[in-house]
Structure formats: C-alpha cells, structure tokens
Design a protein around this ligand. Sequence first.
Ligand SMILES: Cc1cc2nc3c(=O)[nH]c(=O)nc-3n(C[C@H](O)[C@H](O)[C@H](O)COP(=O)(O)OP(=O)(O)OC[C@H]3O[C@@H](n4cnc5c(N)ncnc54)[C@H](O)[C@@H]3O)c2cc1C
Length: 455
Amino acid sequence: MATTKKLTDIDPALLSAGIFNEDLCARCGTCSGSCPTKAIQANDRHFPEVDPEACIECGLCNTVCPGDKVPYHALAEKTFGWDPQEAVETFDGYVQKTYIGHSTDDTIRGKGAGGGVITGLLWDLLKSGEVDGCVVTRMKPDEPWVGEPFIARSYEDLCSSQGSKYTLIPVNQIIQEIRNSPGRFAFAGLPCQIHGLRLLMEEEPALKEKIVAVIGLFCGGALEMNLIPELLQSKGIAKADLKDFEFRGGPWPGRFRAIKQDGTAVDIHRYDYNVGAYNWLIHLYTPKRCQTCMDGSAQFADIAVSDAWTRGEDGQHKFKNRSRLLCRTERGLELVVQAMERKNLECEDVSGDPDYETYKTQTRRKRRGAPIRIQRWGGRGIAVPAYDIRLPGANGKEKFNERVSALCLWLGEFRFFRMLVLKIITTCLSVPFVEYRIWAKRRRNMRDKKKKKKK
Ligand SMILES: Cc1cc2nc3c(=O)[nH]c(=O)nc-3n(C[C@H](O)[C@H](O)[C@H](O)COP(=O)(O)OP(=O)(O)OC[C@H]3O[C@@H](n4cnc5c(N)ncnc54)[C@H](O)[C@@H]3O)c2cc1C
C-alpha cells in the first residue's frame, strides 16, 4: 500500500525557514525558485508551502534561504572575491564610486521612481545584446494590488516594470524560468532577494554564468500585502474598479495612485509618497522579517541604486528625477561606465563628496533599530535571523526609539487601528502632521549642513 509522506516526515533542517516560521520569511521566493522538483509554491500571501510528496529532501532551499541567516562574510566573498571590511560593517557597504544620474531616454526617466537609472542600465544591456532578458517586477494585470516578477525582453516590457513597488514580491521565483531559458540575464531586486540569489548562484555554477549583472535597490522596508486593499477601501474604491496601482505615480517624487478601469488616476493622499505616505505607513505595515533586516543598501549588488534626496542650502531637494548609484564591484563600475559611453546614462561622479552621503535617517531603521530588536527578541526566545557580524551597541535614545517603533508596529497588527490611521493620512486631517514633519526635516537638514561646514 502506498504511504503518504507528510511535512512532519521531513527534517526541518532540510527546508527553508519560512515553511515553519512566517516571521523568518523574507518572501523573496528563493526557496520556490531554487527547488529542483518545484515542490515549493508560494501561497496567496507569498509564504512558501511544500508538497511533501514532491520534496526529495535535498536541503537546497534551506542552504539558500536568507530568512534565518545572512552570512555577511560569505556573501562578501562571493560578491567581491574578498571580504572588504566596509561591506560587513557599514550601512552603505563597500563602494568604489558614487554617481548621481539619470537615464537619457525621456520616457524611461519620466517613468522612473528616481532618474530611471535602473531601467536605463537594463535597457543599455538589452539593447546592446549583452543580455537576453532582465528580471524585473510589475503589478499583476489581473490583480493590480499584488506584485509579480517577470522577465523583460523589450523596451516596452522594461517601461512597464518601472517605479518602486513598496510591497513584497517573491522575485526569486523567476529563477525556475531562468534555468529553463537560454541566454544571459540581468537582475534588479531588493537586498533580501540579492542575498538569496547570491547564495543560490554559488550552489549552481550554471546560474552564476547566466546572471551577468545584479542591480540592487536601497530598501527601507517593503509594506505588507494588505496595504493596497485597505487603502482602496479607505478611499471607497472597489478592487474590481482598479486597473493599476502606482506607488510613485505622477511628477517626481510621485504619489500612491489608483488607476481606475476608466483610466482616471486617483491620488490616495495629499502629499508626495515620501513625506505623506511611505514614511508613515512603514510604522504600521512593515512585515516581521523586514523588522530584523540590517541591509538597507543592497550591500551585495554590483550596483546599488537609491533616491537622491540631497538637499541644498535652502532645504529644498537639489535633484529631481535623479538617482544615486553606488558602484560596488568592478563589474558594476564597468556597467555604469559603458552605459555612459553608449549615451544611455548621464551621470556625475560625486565620490567622496559629503553632500551625497546617505542620510542618517535612512540608516536609523536598519542599522540602529534592527540590531536592537534582534538582540531584544533573541533574548526573549523569539526566532531571529543569524548575522555573522558584530551587532553595534545602542544608547538609551536609540533603545527608546526602537520601543516606540515596536509599539506602533504592534498597534498596526489591529485592523481597526490601521484603518483609523489610513483615514487620517489619506485626508486633510494629515495636514498638521505632515506639515510639522516637513518643517522638522528641513530644520534638521539645515542644522546638519551647518555642523558639516564647521567641521
Ligand atoms: C520596497 C522598497 C523600498 C525602498 N526603500 C528605499 C529607501 O529607503 N531609500 C532609497 O533611497 N531608496 C529606496 N528604494 C529605491 C527607490 O525607491 C528607487 O527604486 C530606486 O532609487 C531606483 O529608482 P530608478 O528610477 O532608478 O528605477 P526605475 O527605473 O523606476 O526601476 C525600478 C526597478 O526596481 C524594480 N522594483 C520595484 N519594486 C520592486 C520590488 N518590490 N522588489 C523588487 N524589485 C522591485 C523594478 O522592477 C524596476 O526594475 C526602495 C524601493 C523599494 C521597492
């Protein structure tokens, strides 16, 4: 008589962390993308589910899962061929050169979250025939409140992938398709997706040959998948009436916008996405695993791309529609230089200029808050990812801030509280809060500038 194999028959040490513990799952899709028998599929919240019958207990999904461990030293070796100290010890990681730039193609630049630099680089590689496809993302055409990865093979495909989607997308699922497709590919993704990809590339030399460029996005954290449905509800828009959802629609820096079936665009909030939405919602909708993530700058990409938030003496943003590029590897530097030579990117070298350093506020969440949380949760016996780097100590103010953030995130677990906050930030009730924040940010920026000048 045939026996039916159950999940409990498999040694947990052979399976990816997310299968047993959602809190450790980055929902990057590496386990389902790597499984040689396709025994792992993502459910509708992007968590992995395994078919025990199909599982051959090879342990690969566990080896490459970046959910329960981020081996910084091994990742540095794999990325750079050596282990630069900055790559593991600093927020920005190892950087050879820093540029501020934009795509020279007006459509790509206009549709970009920043300067359309990522798409400009990918287009440069595709057009020149250096790659046959690019791993990118879009909102699902039939369910525009959910993101999905796909392989872009044309200019139109690339344009349709543009813009930041501040939601979880299991990008590495696409590896199944890459394995079965001939040719070479470029990859654009978030830090956790790059951790999983690099770990898998090391296990699979054929994949390492195929992926010839890894472009990373800075990441302050993705937002939970229930965000868009709840935003739609708070604005009285039916899911069936939604054609597309843009996180950075309209003029730079963009706004959360619902595009309705009849083509009309509805702004979800009054201010831009940065001051009026993302930086508030992150306190309510940050997924559990993002709360313990320490890589905010895609430390193991060939090139990491961030927004260019630099402000001038007047406190206003210096650059519109531009991005900042951190070239980390020789390959990354080569990609940017050749894209400039082929006139697909226009960049200014700002290496070493303190005006273009990463803002302290950007480093706070992932390099100050996350280590405190990891130590605090670990001490309480809660499963946390293992980092093989020294976790920095923290002062009283930082510990207090982490507790306040934890309290907000706990409140965010209650739907009633989330809907109440959404009602505030999507209406004129947000004005005093956001105006105060804008004023405080400008003041802090001027103060920091004065301090730098004195130095
Ligand atoms: C969740 C998230 C958090 C971010 N946090 C920060 C931050 O704190 N600070 C900062 O400076 N920048 C952050 N960024 C990056 C920033 O918003 C821009 O994406 C980046 O500057 C590139 O802009 P661009 O115009 O060059 O790219 P574009 O030409 O617009 O191309 C964007 C590329 O990013 C890919 N992409 C979009 N969303 C996702 C996703 N969810 N998962 C994987 N790939 C995706 C697209 O497929 C596309 O290839 C974040 C982005 C995301 C998605």
